[in-house]
Design a protein around this ligand. Structure first.
Ligand code: SAH
Length: 214
């Protein structure tokens, strides 16, 4: 997976490559899909959500330029695989998942794998997690019609924020950096993520698993 999908497609961050070469990705997908978990595709993880393909996870993580000292905010825990990647490469991860059964399953697995530098919350992550901020890096792993303003506000000086923005079917992976001169923006390419649903994302549809923000 690392050679064919990541090195081959220009992922250069040695930390990202090293961690992805040893994380047991098959544990993060349903058992019946374990044999497909290292392939070049997203996979269903239940509740109409997906684990992103390895390349997308590598691109987003590489964009954050983690050195091991950062406080990181992640929106969309999903399977927990990206959370593990962030936890390996930073000091502390604050992760939010709006669908409690998914977030709880990821939490149980990550605790079993021994991660102690992760805090979990099950609610609408488009508000961010203000009292724990600001963050050196923020990643949202679901597509938002606009850049969620609350997340930009929680970005520390020199902090990096990455996530998919745009209408469904025409998303761009966008990266923002907060500098002394203001916010700078870079587009990293086309992408296709499940929708970010919440106050500052797509409107909620009111299903049984809807979690009210704090
Ligand atoms: N990085 C995860 C991606 C999961 S898909 C992985 O690779 O497994 C995106 C996740 O974002 C879904 O689990 C979805 O429920 C969650 N999500 C969507 N809108 C959200 C919101 N407003 N707050 C928190 N999580 C959200």
């Amino acid at each position: 997976m690392v050679e064919d999908q990541l090195v081959e497609r220009n992922i250069k961050d040695l930390g990202v490559l090293e961690v992805m070469s040893r994380l047991p990705r098959h544990l993060f997908v349903p058992d019946y899909l374990g044999h497909k978990s290292y392939g070049q595709h997203p996979l269903p993880i239940g509740h109409h959500q997906t684990i992103s393909q390895p390349y997308a996870q590598a691109v987003m993580t590489q964009a954050l330029r983690l050195t091991g000292n950062e406080r990181v905010l992640e929106i969309g825990t999903g399977s927990g695989y990206q959370t593990a990647l962030l936890a390996e490469l930073s000091a502390h991860v604050f992760t939010i998942e709006r669908l409690k059964p998914l977030g709880q399953r990821a939490k149980t697995l990550l605790e079993k794998l021994g991660y102690t530098n992760i805090n979990y919350r099950f609610c609408d992550g488009t508000y961010g997690w203000q009292n724990m901020g600001p963050y050196d890096a923020i990643l949202f792993a679901a597509g938002s019609p606009e850049m969620p303003k609350a997340l930009v506000d929680q970005l520390a000086m020199n902090g990096r924020l990455v996530g998919p923005v745009g209408p469904e079917g025409a998303q761009q992976l966008v990266m923002l950096t907060r500098t002394e001169a203001g916010i700078s923006k870079k587009e990293l390419g086309d992408c296709n993520f499940v929708p970010l649903i919440g106050k500052f994302g797509h409107p909620p549809c009111g299903g049984a698993n809807e979690q009210k923000p704090f």
